[in-house]
Design a protein around this ligand. Structure first.
Ligand SMILES: Cc1cc2nc3c(=O)[nH]c(=O)nc-3n(C[C@H](O)[C@H](O)[C@H](O)COP(=O)(O)OP(=O)(O)OC[C@H]3O[C@@H](n4cnc5c(N)ncnc54)[C@H](O)[C@@H]3O)c2cc1C
Ligand SMILES: *[C@@H]1O[C@H](CO)[C@@H](O)[C@H](O)[C@H]1NC(C)=O
Ligand SMILES: *[C@@H]1O[C@H](CO)[C@@H](O)[C@H](O)[C@H]1NC(C)=O
Ligand SMILES: *[C@@H]1O[C@H](CO)[C@@H](O)[C@H](O)[C@H]1NC(C)=O
Ligand SMILES: *[C@@H]1O[C@H](CO)[C@@H](O)[C@H](O)[C@H]1NC(C)=O
Length: 536
């Protein structure tokens, strides 16, 4: 911001001072100017004071912690926001932008809180959190095959509301029901229907956004460039998206979910290798992916890891899938007993819990993760099949017993993903890739030693994989946020050169257009974080 020191409002001085002591002794008076600004700039019919939590409010910690999805960023030493606003009306978001700007504060926007680096609620300069948890309505319009969904809703809430209205409409977004709409759509968002319908962002047809001036814009008033940028250019760079209009997609009344596990090393390695030639070429109604699990946490069946789970969603009946796979991929030996049939909305719940019949869809509305661990993620894109010897080495690494949980998730591309051009949306990873790999570690042990061990393991696997994955740049998925691949200056202005290191990995040739749009719509870089798009 462009304040000379004499112009800094007094309230800011207080706020900065109190942040240095983590707000332990903050008194209400210190926030008075800021709070007054908030009420002046928001609707009188929806008093903003009802949705503002300062650190002395007894609910402050529970509101902050409720949407933290990674234990790494839930420590006493983790920087905390000066206050949290949970808007219940769009004017609260506008006021938050206008007043944060005039008081020299940063905003971190949080929808579902799944950011793998905690960027939606952790910052190293005085900041507030705008937590959209109260803005989560979903309006499904079956007549038009569309829906309006607010950013604070979760994928589970969206799926549940679609399922309430129709058995034959669906939406192609992610697999974990607790993931937030706001961050997920902003970074692309993929799920098990990507080969048929592309990404969540590919199916967004309108949006409401509050920009850096506190103005509310829709598709028309934001213009082509900005509407392009918010559909995959990553959250937290262009404004706060309040709601999205989406195109629902047609699915059959009955879909099929199958899962089969392999533990025998030789068998698993052969199948994984073969899958690379099959997964991306299957009919686009078939998703067949692999999850490799390692570490010392034993599997449900009590079998020691590594395990290779071949996992499928088919938009059709089980008989047809089993027949198709028995000709194209007979080595897998998939049988009908490995599968269940269900409605699409049921499948969204069956997938995270494993293949078993379900009694109620209510768990889709539950925002609490089953287990909260420390986690770290990385991603890669693959252009040529990985040789058998390398798959063997990966399998060996997954045997490591001093890691709690490790996973490599192989996501097949092809189908619709190959038909959309690289510049259609900021998400450039399309026809050139056979599949994507997500690498994840998760652990409960809160010691520093455990943290170092797990993160080192992940980094070593990533380094090992370099010869087998995409190069110059080594592509990565922005929603699998990883600050190891480069980050902006935490404290000051970031050069284009510095940001392009991570920017080209996430967005390829679209990075330059993102920088151009950012410079146009937010020239003073108000919406900023460690991997936000820089201005020129
Ligand atoms: C358990 C788990 C499962 C996952 N599964 C999948 C999956 O199946 N498919 C997939 O594609 N990804 C998946 N992801 C990654 C997920 O898509 C991203 O982490 C996504 O950004 C999360 O969105 P959120 O709203 O929950 O996160 P948040 O942490 O709230 O936000 C993420 C980023 O977006 C910004 N942001 C949030 N809301 C807004 C808004 N309204 N306007 C502008 N910016 C905003 C934040 O400031 C932050 O920078 C998964 C992540 C986890 C932890
Ligand atoms: C905490 O903040 C909420 C929301 O602004 C408010 O309704 C409540 O009265 C506050 N509680 C305390 C103890 O200050
Ligand atoms: C469907 O679209 C039409 C035309 O755009 C609109 O008038 C109508 O209100 C929409 N229906 C619903 C249920 O929103
Ligand atoms: C929501 O899920 C959590 C974690 O699985 C569980 O502990 C809790 O009981 C669930 N809440 C409801 C209302 O079902
Ligand atoms: C797995 O290893 C961790 C150390 O990383 C240890 O704390 C944990 O008890 C082990 N779990 C099992 C089931 O052996």
């Amino acid at each position: 911001m462009k304040f000379s020191s004499t112009l800094i409002p007094l309230s800011l001085v207080f706020i900065v001072v109190s942040s240095a002591s983590l707000c332990a002794s903050a008194s209400p008076q210190k926030y008075q100017n800021f709070l007054q600004c908030l009420s002046e700039h928001s609707s009188k019919s929806y008093p903003i004071s009802k949705v503002v939590y300062t650190p002395i409010n007894s609910s402050y910690s529970s509101v902050l912690d409720f949407s933290i999805r990674n234990l790494l960023f839930s420590k006493p030493e983790t920087p905390k926001p000066l206050l949290i606003i949970t808007p219940s009306h769009v004017s609260h978001i506008q006021a938050a932008v206008i007043c944060s700007k005039s008081h020299g504060l940063q905003i971190r926007t949080r929808s579902g809180g799944h950011d793998f680096e905690g960027l939606s609620y952790v910052a190293y300069r005085p900041f507030i959190v705008v937590d959209l948890i109260n803005l989560r309505s979903v309006k499904v319009e079956v007549e038009n095959n569309t829906a309006w969904v607010e950013s604070g809703a979760t994928l589970g809430e969206l799926y549940y509301r679609i399922g309430e209205k129709s058995r034959t409409l669906a939406f192609p977004a992610g697999v974990c029901p607790t993931v937030g709409i706001g961050g997920h759509f902003s970074g692309g968002g993929y799920g098990l229907m990507l080969r048929k319908f592309g990404l969540a962002a590919d199916n967004v047809i309108d949006a409401y956004l509050v920009d850096a001036n506190g103005k509310v814009l829709d598709k028309e008033s934001m213009g082509e460039d900005l509407f392009w940028a918010i559909r995959g250019g990553g959250g937290g760079s262009f404004g706060i998206v309040v709601a999205w209009k989406i195109k629902l997609v047609p699915v059959p009344e009955t879909v099929t979910i199958c899962s089969t596990d392999r533990n025998l090393e030789e068998d698993a390695i052969k199948l994984i290798h073969r899958w690379q030639y099959v997964g991306n070429k299957l009919d686009e109604n078939i998703y067949l992916g692999i999850i490799l699990t390692g570490g010392n946490a034993s599997t449900q069946a009590g079998i020691t890891n590594p395990t290779a789970r071949f996992f499928s969603l088919f938009l059709g009946r089980a008989d047809e899938l089993v027949t198709t796979l028995s000709t194209i991929f007979p080595e897998l030996g998939l049988i009908k007993q490995d599968c269940v049939e269900a409605s699409w909305v049921e499948s969204t719940l069956i997938i995270p819990i494993g293949v078993q019949p379900i009694e109620t869809l209510e768990p889709l509305l539950n925002r609490t993760l089953t287990t909260l661990d420390s986690t770290k993620i990385k991603s890669d894109y693959i252009t040529e099949p990985i040789p058998v010897a390398a798959i063997k080495d990966i399998w060996q690494r997954l045997k490591t017993q001093d890691i709690e949980t490790s996973q490599l998730v192989f996501v097949p591309y092809g189908g619709r993903m190959s038909q959309i051009s690289e510049s259609e949306t900021p998400f450039s990873h399309r026809a050139r890739y056979l599949f994507k790999i997500g690498y994840v570690v998760g652990w409960k042990d809160q010691s520093l030693k455990a943290k170092k061990r797990h993160i080192s393991w992940l980094r070593e696997v990533y380094e090992y994989m370099a010869p087998f994955v995409s190069k110059s740049p080594r592509a990565a998925y922005t929603n699998y946020r990883d600050l190891d691949i480069g980050s902006n200056n935490k404290y000051g202005k970031t050069s284009y050169k510095r940001a392009s290191v991570w920017g080209l990995k996430y967005f390829g040739n679209n990075f330059d257009r993102l920088v151009y749009v950012k410079t146009k719509v937010d020239p003073y870089d108000f919406f900023r974080h460690e991997q936000s798009i820089p201005t020129l």
